[in-house]
Design a protein. Structure first.
Length: 215
């Protein structure tokens, strides 16, 4: 099966949809949330947010469309706010809901060097991103950074598609959710903040979404 075909079949855990919609509610207000849900064809979630658990919710493709609607409806600046808050929350929620994948890491981590701590938690996050979205990720190490590539990216797939279709260029990277997830996870693992930057984004016409995580 093609990689993007796998992505289309997956359904994202309810908790991730809950986090996103809650952030829209808190940042933009309830009327904006309702407008967004109507536009995205997800009116069933009006006054009925998906639960904070692992139950499958919308397909990855619909999730990409929802993010594109957030971007279009509220503009790049507000979308960035929403995505960054959502990413931080979602990283913490992933650890809470999937203790088997992270708990052992937590206790064993403290004895290791910062570089090893980062590598372990980033490996886990790559695993989880692949498992949740069917996204195709690759992590490699450089002297002063870890570099994560997402080649089939659920976060900007629809923003990129609309930009091509409408010949409306996207000037800046838009995958702020993984940026915030990387920041939060690395901070959790190392106890310190590390700079994370999206240095290439498919939505801008780059061949891959690339995230630079400073050591
Ligand atoms: Zn991107």
């Amino acid at each position: 099966m093609r990689k993007d075909a796998v992505m289309e079949k997956k359904r994202i855990p309810s908790m991730l949809l809950n986090n996103l919609l809650s952030q829209v509610d808190q940042t933009m207000g309830r009327r904006s949330l309702i407008m967004l849900l109507r536009r995205a064809g997800l009116s069933r979630y009006i006054d009925n947010l998906p639960p904070l658990n692992e139950l499958p919710s919308i397909r990855v493709e619909q999730y990409s469309e929802l993010l594109a609607n957030v971007y279009e409806l509220f503009g790049a600046r507000s979308a960035q706010d929403i995505f960054l808050r959502d990413g931080r929350l979602s990283a913490a929620e992933l650890r809470r809901q999937r203790p088997a994948q992270f708990a052992l890491t937590g206790t064993a981590l403290k004895l290791l060097s910062t570089g090893r701590q980062m590598q372990i938690v980033l490996d886990r996050l790559v695993e989880q991103t692949t498992e949740v979205y069917g996204a195709s990720c690759n992590l490699h190490e450089e002297p002063d950074a870890f570099v994560l590539d997402i080649r089939v990216c659920p976060y900007c797939a629809e923003i990129a598609r609309r930009s091509r279709e409408e010949e409306r260029p996207v000037p800046r990277p838009v995958c702020h959710i993984p940026v915030a997830m990387l920041e939060e996870m690395v901070e959790w693992a190392t106890g310190e903040k590390h700079l994370v930057e999206e240095v290439a984004c498919i939505a801008k016409g780059d061949p891959t979404c690339r995230f630079w995580v400073g050591r």
